[in-house]
Design a protein around this ligand. Structure first.
Ligand code: C2E
Ligand code: MG
Ligand code: MG
Length: 625
């Protein structure tokens, strides 16, 4: 009897189903659709085999024709079902949920109608040797329907949504093509009953290429990967299914652990978390981070308490674990926000505390990301503007310098001050293009020689320590000065003490290169946490800028007045010019001049102003003198 090929197909599917069900997997709708396709394919192959047996026996008079017809029709109906299931599986990936539902309803109606006609229309069978098949109007309807479903699936794969990978499209097309080719071969050589085998074979291809759950398993700990975390949370948000989560960030302290020990530690943590699997999934989110997703909040707190009490000692080496709990996933609008928060929070991780994230944390992250996007937008759309704040030279009674201060304009035309974006730019590597842009604009202004005409001797530009992370910061600044033909003496770079001691050498090396070239340096924000004495002794700076808080401190009490006086005294003895920042009143101005300040910067003279206004200011003041 001609049932060998189908039996092979069936065997393949049974083995595959066993493997699939035994593997660690997530409850994803894609997987459920795949299993539905697979099971319907198995039923179809079984019906194919039964129908061949029935036809052969009926043709020999051993089995009633009427029962054979019913069996043949059932086979056709199940065949259509496989086509429909594969379509749903493929379409599920290509449409968003609401479109998908409409498409599904349309196709479901077509398929049900088709099945109805298969059931009521006449059918006949043919059997001669190994050539066994059914024919008649019922079979014709099946062909037509199968054709519609196959073509639709292929079309969806070709035109399908951008969110789907090329690989996925390719595999789905390959799967459907194998069916079409099998149907064609069977049409030409009816003794080769290939169609249901091709269906099974297609399922194996899809499994190997797209549905293999091992792909989503991280090798060291045997837990799900970050990629799977993303897929899974996308689905939970799509389904509107709230969940809770716990993020564990492992800190090995300052000492460098070797990889072997780290691997062992991560394995132990995974093992600890995996002890009671019900209602939770564990993901290794990055080298040193785990995320556990819980269906219920109670389970989250239970696990958290257990981990906090015992986990660190279980690891067997001195580690600190920072926990971030998200009791209710609805504080985020979607999986992207949820995923971004994992990193956002790691950034803020304080290993001594645990964070329970609520709405305010989500809001804070949105603000942060919004600002980051605004910087990116401004960089790409000429939204970076430089304002200038004139600085008064006490000895010359003139404005001989100014500080360049960056602003960005968002896409609504609003101006944003650096206080809210410099740190974010530094943390995201955006300070390098931003700093370069400011430097260019200043050089362009100086190249016009206009400010010099009105007495400007040099310009002060803020340099972030993060800019020293660039390969060759000194080199790139020198190149820009050369490009605009700027005398390096026209440039004074303001630095602060935010560099870690490990990068100090790099900073010094670059500073010296620039100094040799003729550039000067100021120590900015002196008196705040950002700049203090140790730095001031180590760094080759020519000017010290007193932060405005420090200046105001002078007026607070006799004690603080004396401290400021003695510090200023030390600097005068070293012949270091001082810039007093944040001078807002005449009284402050007089006091600072009496104290011995060389330069005064503050709203008393002018706020930071756009280039045009700044030029008008210089022109007016130089005319006065
Ligand atoms: P900073 O370098 O210490 O700049 C002085 C800040 O004090 C400016 O704020 C200025 O507007 C403000 N200021 C000046 N006079 C007064 C006053 O009399 N009263 C008060 N209340 N404030 C006064 P701004 O422009 O918002 O800049 C803030 C900080 O952002 C700067 O502090 C600097 O650290 C950073 N920044 C600005 N532009 C850049 C840049 O191009 N690159 C880098 N890396 N940082 C920059
Ligand atoms: Mg400054
Ligand atoms: Mg300052």
């Amino acid at each position: 009897m001609n049932i060998e090929i189908q039996s092979c197909g069936l065997l393949m599917l049974v083995i595959l189903l066993i493997i699939l069900l035994r593997e660690k997997s997530l409850d994803l709708s894609r997987r459920r659709k795949f299993i539905a396709t697979m099971v319907s394919c198995m039923v179809c192959v079984v019906m194919d085999i039964i129908s061949v047996i029935a036809i052969v026996n009926a043709s020999r008079g051993n089995f009633p024709d009427s029962a054979t017809f019913v069996i043949c029709k059932l086979y056709l109906i199940f065949l259509i079902n496989v086509g429909y299931r594969s379509f749903v599986y493929a379409a599920g990936e290509f449409f968003d949920e609401s479109t998908h539902r409409i498409v599904r309803i349309i196709y479901r109606t077509i398929v049900i109608l088709g099945m109805f006609f298969i059931a009521i229309l006449p059918i006949d069978y043919y059997c001669s040797g190994r050539v066994v098949y059914s024919h008649g109007p019922s079979t014709m309807v099946t062909y037509a329907l199968a054709f519609i479903l196959l073509v639709s699936t292929v079309l969806i794969a070709i035109t399908g949504g951008k969110s789907t990978s090329r690989r996925r499209k390719r595999v789905i097309i390959l799967w459907q093509m194998s069916w079409i080719i099998a149907a064609f071969i069977q049409f030409v050589r009816p003794e080769l009953l290939l169609v249901s085998f091709a269906a099974s074979f297609g399922i194996v291809i899809v499994y190997a290429e797209l549905e293999n759950p091992n792909e989503g398993i991280e090798r060291v700990t045997g837990q799900f990967t970050a990629n799977r975390l993303y897929t899974y949370t996308i689905e939970l948000y799509k389904r509107n299914q709230p969940f809770s989560s716990m993020h564990l960030s492992v800190d090995y302290g300052a000492g460098d652990f070797d990889l072997e020990l780290e691997t062992q530690a991560m394995r132990r943590i995974a093992y600890f978390l995996d002890r009671d699997k019900k209602g939770s999934y564990i993901f290794r989110e990055s080298d040193r981070d785990f995320v556990v997703i819980y269906k219920s909040e109670d389970k989250l707190y239970e696990d958290y308490e257990r981990a906090r009490e015992h986990l660190e000692e279980t690891v067997g080496m001195p580690v600190k674990i920072a926990y971030t709990l998200i009791p209710d996933s609805r504080i985020f609008d979607n999986a992207d926000e949820f995923m971004q928060f994992q990193h956002f929070n790691v950034r803020n991780a304080d290993t001594s505390t645990s964070v329970i994230a609520g709405k305010s944390h989500a809001e804070e992250m949105r603000e942060y990301l919004k600002t980051r996007d605004q910087i990116i937008w401004a960089l790409a759309n000429n939204g970076v503007e430089v304002y200038y704040q004139p600085i008064y030279n006490v000895k010359k009674n003139a404005f001989t310098t100014a500080e360049a201060l960056v602003r960005i304009r968002d896409n609504n035309g609003n101006l944003i001050n650096p206080g809210s974006f410099i740190t974010i730019a530094e943390e995201n590597g955006l300070i390098i293009p931003l700093g370069t842009e400011v430097f260019r604009q200043v050089c362009a202004l100086l190249a016009s020689k206009e400010p010099q005409k009105y007495g400007l001797e040099y310009m002060e530009i803020n340099l972030s320590m993060a800019q020293f992370n660039e390969n060759e910061p000194a080199g790139s600044l020198i190149r820009i000065m050369d490009e605009y033909g700027i005398d390096p003496h026209m440039i004074n770079l303001e630095i602060t003490e935010t560099a870690a001691s490990s990068t100090k050498q790099v900073v010094l090396k670059n500073m010296n290169t620039l100094i040799e070239h003729g550039v000067h340096f100021s120590l900015d924000d002196f008196g705040t946490g950002r700049s203090n004495f140790d730095y001031f002794f180590e760094m080759p700076v020519d000017v010290v800028k007193f932060d405005y808080k420090f200046t105001h401190w002078y007026f607070e009490s006799e004690r603080s007045e004396n401290i400021v006086k003695s510090i200023v005294g030390i600097m005068s003895r070293m012949d270091l010019p001082i810039v007093m920042e944040g001078i807002e009143t005449r009284e402050q101005l007089d006091a600072m001049i009496d104290l011995g300040a060389s330069f005064i910067q503050g709203f008393y003279f002018s706020k930071p102003i756009p280039e045009k206004e700044f030029m008008a200011f210089l022109r007016e003041k130089s005319g006065e003198n």
